[in-house]
Design a binder for this molecule. Structure first.
Ligand SMILES: [Mg+2]
Length: 408
């Protein structure tokens, strides 16, 4: 069996999905997602210019050897662009493998460990009361878990994950007005003073059963993060996400000395080498890698197994920039993983998105039910894809009030 060709598509309804289709001499094809938010043309170019030509003639069933070929073969390896491109190839090869076996991928991993995988939505509010309404909206949809972000009184502009307009229950970050990013102003002191009390009010309003998650988005210094984690401990968060800049992993030792709040980290990690020490030292409770830019199902399964040894659960990244293909790849792992925790999931199910990526995967009462179709369980309509083109977009950058650049 041989790979005969591959195509890369960039575009989609309201998003620049990077979709890879690998064809074989037996008519079976595989699909993968290489979307890297707001840098979408780069993994597409990496695939087209460097990787696809090398794949032609290879046996697509040898997904492990092909992964090693891509990773070890690139002297300048890792990084989100290369790993997103590898991830798309790896997903597509698992898709082919599943189709050949006539099984969904979760069966090839070891079968189902659960009927449905719990997901969380993004609740957002221009202010706390607005956020309360957004949480209620998601509870009415059946969600058991929500990430909560709200505007901070006195903050000069909206902060991460916060809608500027009241009543906007869904918040999508990419601004398609051009490449040059908007500027948001961040004020750590105002955030530190306001947010713990706001989280406590949310707990009081919705009771003990709601799983509440909150994302700091790398904005706090290590000592501030420790203070914040200690302050929010009585809220009983399901997790506190990215409290510190991801590069400074020692920061979590300080945080752990001061708080037992569960910590979730890893959405910007690209490989097991970015998180193996955090997992082995048990400094995190949830690992947040994405199957896309952590290099595909093959390496992420290794991360999940390492995490399982240390009682770290999964909480894969699932921002709206992930196409239904990588969400399906994650759903396949989620169905199997003995140490599954939760999945970030923003409903992509617009009629346009469903037409481009038909599938039988379904969300019901806050649980994701994986399709039993062979492979990833998602198809790709190339005719539909012709409707879409790449649209330049950006996410904001962040400065302090005096102009100092801060972490987005
Ligand atoms: Mg996050």
């Amino acid at each position: 069996m041989k790979i005969t060709g591959a195509k890369v598509f960039v575009g989609g309804p309201g998003k620049n999905y990077v979709t890879l289709k690998i064809m074989t001499d037996q008519g079976v094809y595989g699909l993968g997602d290489a979307t890297l938010n707001n840098r979408e043309t780069l993994p597409a170019k990496y695939l087209e210019d460097y990787l696809v030509p090398a794949l032609i003639g290879m046996d697509p069933r040898n997904s492990e050897d092909i992964w090693q070929y891509l990773y070890r073969g690139a002297y300048f390896r890792r990084g989100p662009i290369a790993m997103a491109a590898f991830g798309a190839i790896d997903m597509a090869l698992w898709d082919i493998k599943g189709k050949l076996a006539n099984m969904p991928i979760y069966q090839l991993l070891g079968g189902k460990s659960r009927e449905g995988a719990m997901v969380y939505a993004h609740a957002t509010g221009a202010d706390l009361e607005d956020l309360m309404e957004s949480i209620s909206y998601y509870l009415e949809q059946g969600y058991k878990a929500v990430r909560v972000q709200c505007g901070i009184p006195g903050m000069p502009s909206a902060s991460y994950g916060v809608s500027e307009t009241k009543g906007d229950v869904e918040n999508y970050i990419t601004d398609f007005s051009g490449i040059r990013p908007k500027v948001e102003i961040w004020d750590t002191d105002r955030y530190m003073r306001y947010m713990p009390g706001a989280l406590a009010e949310i707990r009081a309003r919705f009771g003990p059963d709601l799983k509440i998650l909150h994302d700091v988005h790398h904005r706090l210094l290590p000592r501030e993060a420790a203070e914040f984690a200690k302050a929010v401990e009585p809220v009983g968060l399901y997790w506190l996400e990215d409290p510190t800049p991801a590069e400074d992993q020692d920061a979590l030792t300080l945080l752990r000395q001061h708080s037992t709040v569960p910590i979730a980290i890893g959405e910007v990690f690209n490989s097991i080498w970015d998180c193996n020490k955090l997992i082995e030292k048990e400094l995190i409770d949830f690992i947040r890698v994405a199957v896309t830019y952590a290099g595909g199902i093959t390496p992420v399964k290794r991360i999940v197994d390492l995490a399982g040894l240390h009682n770290v659960r999964t909480g894969f990244h699932g921002a709206p920039s992930h196409s239904p293909l990588s969400m399906a790849a994650q759903a396949q792992i989620n169905a199997w993983a003995p140490n599954f925790g939760i999945q970030e999931y923003l409903v992509l199910g617009t009629p346009e998105c469903d037409a481009l990526f038909p599938s039988e995967h379904r969300l019901e009462n806050g649980l994701f039910h994986v399709s039993d179709a062979p492979g990833l369980g998602v198809d790709f309509d190339e005719q539909e894809a012709e409707r879409y083109r790449y649209k330049p977009g950006s996410h904001p950058i962040v400065r302090l009030e005096d102009g100092t650049l801060w972490n987005y």
